[in-house]
Design a protein around this ligand. Sequence first.
Ligand SMILES: C[S@@+](CC[C@H](N)C(=O)[O-])C[C@H]1O[C@@H](n2cnc3c(N)ncnc32)[C@H](O)[C@@H]1O
Length: 230
Amino acid sequence: MSTDPITIFRKTWATYQKVISNNLMFHREISAAVSKLFKTNQAPLHLIDLGCGDASHILKLLKPGQLGEYCGCDLSQYALDEARKNLEPFGVAVNLCCNDMLSLLQQAPGKHYDVVYSSYALHHLQTEAKQSFFTECRRVLRDNGFVILIDIMRDEGQTRPDYLYNYNKTVRNQWNALTPDERNQVQEHIRSCDFPEPASVLEKLARNAGFSKCRRLEKQTWHEAWCFEA
Ligand SMILES: C[S@@+](CC[C@H](N)C(=O)[O-])C[C@H]1O[C@@H](n2cnc3c(N)ncnc32)[C@H](O)[C@@H]1O
């Protein structure tokens, strides 16, 4: 088996594409809810996408002309290379950084963005770092700006071990579109990288940072989309 990080990432990425195309993480319902919100914003958006991957998910929610500026960050250079190709038709100023999302946010200019967008990436951070995430989001957003957060969220009162047990049970029993090898790969990733919070904890962290309007846009089992505004 290969230990080369690019080969490993490519394999993991191919599995993630299968997860998306079979709607196993409810990208379809979540995209429908989030794109409604983007449709109400006509001016070209200055947007920062944290944990952007190949940017294909967010680009389906926007039309060329709706973006004024795109800054994306991810820990994987392979994903960013794909993102650059996907962003070409949008013809906007693009800045892609291979960096940790919190470091990038901390370096970003204040009151610069209309939207901070993060999809299925924040649950990789520990609680304290999630608080810093919201604090930095508030700092980098313009007055009418907002955060769109799509992520895995634990049920209220559910412990992390209970979440891991139940999510992995769903992967084992219901994610039949994946091969057994791919299902094992996903379960291993979940055990080592998933630190989701219940929605109430994320809302509290957002309110601590000065976001007073917090609303859920969509919820499908543990998969949720939220909008946070000052
Ligand atoms: C499940 S993928 C989601 C990709 C894309 N946002 C989407 O919704 O299709 C999670 C992405 O977050 C990235 N990631 C995880 N932790 C990160 C961190 N601390 N900083 C930046 N990117 C991170 C991973 O490399 C991966 O590309």
